[in-house]
Each structure stands twice: as structure tokens, then as C-alpha cells.
Design a protein around this ligand. Structure first.
Ligand SMILES: Nc1ncnc2c1ncn2[C@@H]1O[C@H](COP(=O)(O)OP(=O)(O)OP(=O)(O)O)[C@@H](O)[C@H]1O
Ligand SMILES: [Mg+2]
Length: 252
């Protein structure tokens, strides 16, 4: 195995408060990896640094051997790290297909004009259909995104991420707010994409059932520091981790 992401001593201070404190970890290519930890552990802050939302206070982020520390988010997206957007970022007045096409146009930097509108670009449409098919959304292609269920909207978000063909995808709580059925579907999708594509997934998650069923490798953050790392079995049995989660909900 080889590392796709190497994080060294990553730190983020908000004033005097250390939200992330000297975290060092590695994500191996194609190894489904999770970052877990109680509320306020620093997970989202950690991802915000990886995706370039804000620069770290100190430390290094190496992606595929290249130092990307402090690069702005649009550059990091171009280099190959995708991150799911918040639901509000979906252009809801557009159809599912139009959302994916817009993302593909941005990715390929295609021009579009009155005489060659993008929806007549057969190559692009075929590409969008392939992405929608992999998400199980092909039959909703021409439905306005507003009319979708919450779970399907989150799938469209993933489709927009996929349209950039990232090699590493960061998912911050992909099943948050989902029904049990939607959660099952999301887990199955992550499994399938991880198997069928060249993409590596690195996700945060509160639902321990999801964490243990999806992950091959788990890192545990607690108060900004790395508390433990290991396989799902090792993390399940780790007493320090159980204490951090007060009441041992990790064994759920
Ligand atoms: N922009 C900010 N300014 C100041 N403090 C912040 C900022 N962003 C996050 N924090 C603080 O940093 C800590 C870590 O927050 P973060 O959102 O990274 O945690 P988290 O692990 O994602 O939590 P959750 O599981 O609730 O999503 C929290 O105490 C939070 O209040
Ligand atoms: Mg968070």
C-alpha cells in the first residue's frame, strides 16, 4: 500500500484555543478510513484544513507526495481532493442532470454557447448519465432537485463531487439526518464506489454502526488530539476510546 495523504503535526488554533493539536496520520490509497471523535473533537476543523477552507496554524499536508499545505480550496479541488458540499450548495431549481452537467462543465472547463448548448453535448450527457447511474439516480435525471428526498439530495451532492473525478473524497458525516434506509443506501454506495472506482474515501461519522461497517482503518480524535488508531476491532476494544465516548457507545 502507498499513502495518498500524509498529515504531519497538523495544528489549528482559534485564538488561544487549540481545535486541532499536532495530529499526524496517514491515509493509504484505497483504504476506507474514518476519523471519529466526540462532538467538538476537531474533525470538521481537520477537514477544513485538508480541503483548503482555511490554512493550518502549523503542520504539513502532503497529498500524493505533494505539499498542499495552505493552498486555497479551488486549487486543492483541482489537484484531486473532493469534499461533499452542504445541501444548500445544490442548485435546487435545476434538475439532477443539470447539476451534474454543470459540475462536469466546470471540471472540463468547457465553454458553452447559444449555438452549442451543453445539454446537446452527447459526450457530457453520457458522462453525467454514468455518474447518475452509479448513484442509482438515473430515473430522477430530469426531476428538479427540490423535489428529491433528503437522502437523494445528499446523493446529488456526492454526484457533484464525483464529477470532479477526485482521487480522495472527504465526507463529513455523510449519513447525518438520514433515515435508517437512507443510511443503508449511503453505506452501500460508499462500499461500491470504493470497490469499483479508483477513489479513496476518508470520512467522519457519529453513527458507530456506519463507522464499524464501512471502515478498514479508524483514527480517533479527542479534544484536538489523536487518541487512538487501528482496525475497527482494535478501536472497539480500546478502553481509552470507550471512556472518551462516556458510556462506551462505541460498542453499540
Ligand atoms: N471558526 C471557529 N472559531 C472558533 N472556534 C471554532 C471554529 N470552528 C470550530 N471551533 C471550535 O473548535 C472545536 C472543534 O470543532 P469541530 O467543528 O472541528 O468539531 P467536530 O469534531 O467536527 O464536532 P462535531 O462532531 O460536533 O461535528 C469546537 O470546540 C469548536 O467550537
Ligand atoms: Mg463536525
Amino acid at each position: 500500500m502507498s499513502a495518498i495523504l500524509e498529515v504531519k503535526e497538523l495544528t489549528k488554533n482559534f485564538g488561544k484555543f487549540q481545535a486541532v493539536a499536532g495530529v499526524t496520520l496517514t491515509v493509504e490509497r484505497k483504504e476506507l478510513t474514518s476519523l471519529i471523535g466526540p462532538n467538538g473533537a476537531g474533525k470538521t476543523t481537520f477537514y477544513n484544513m485538508l480541503s483548503g477552507k482555511f490554512p493550518p496554524t502549523s503542520g504539513r499536508i502532503i497529498f500524493e507526495g505533494r505539499d498542499i499545505t495552505g493552498l486555497p480550496s479551488h486549487k486543492i479541488a483541482r489537484i484531486g481532493i473532493g469534499r461533499s458540499f452542504q445541501i444548500t450548495n445544490i442548485f435546487s431549481q435545476m434538475t439532477v442532470m443539470q447539476n451534474i452537467l454543470s459540475a462536469l462543465i466546470a471540471h472540463h472547463k468547457k465553454g458553452t454557447s447559444f449555438f452549442s448548448p451543453y445539454w446537446k453535448d452527447a459526450g457530457l450527457v453520457a458522462e453525467a448519465e454514468k455518474i447518475l447511474d452509479s448513484l442509482g439516480l438515473l430515473s430522477f435525471a430530469h426531476v428538479p432537485t427540490t423535489q428529491l428526498s433528503y437522502g437523494d439530495k445528499r446523493l446529488v451532492e456526492i454526484g457533484i463531487v464525483l464529477a470532479n473525478y477526485p482521487r480522495l473524497i472527504l465526507l463529513d458525516e455523510p449519513t447525518a439526518g438520514m433515515t435508517p434506509e437512507e443510511t443503508e443506501r449511503m453505506i452501500a454506495l460508499i462500499h461500491r464506489l470504493a470497490e469499483e472506482t479508483d477513489t479513496t474515501f476518508f470520512l467522519t461519522e457519529h453513527d458507530m454502526k456506519v463507522v464499524f461497517s464501512v471502515s478498514q482503518k479508524i483514527y480517533v480524535l479527542h479534544q484536538g488530539r489523536l487518541l487512538a488508531e487501528g482496525t475497527p476491532e482494535e478501536i472497539r476494544e480500546n478502553t481509552q476510546v470507550q471512556e472518551a465516548y462516556l458510556g462506551g457507545s462505541v460498542s453499540a
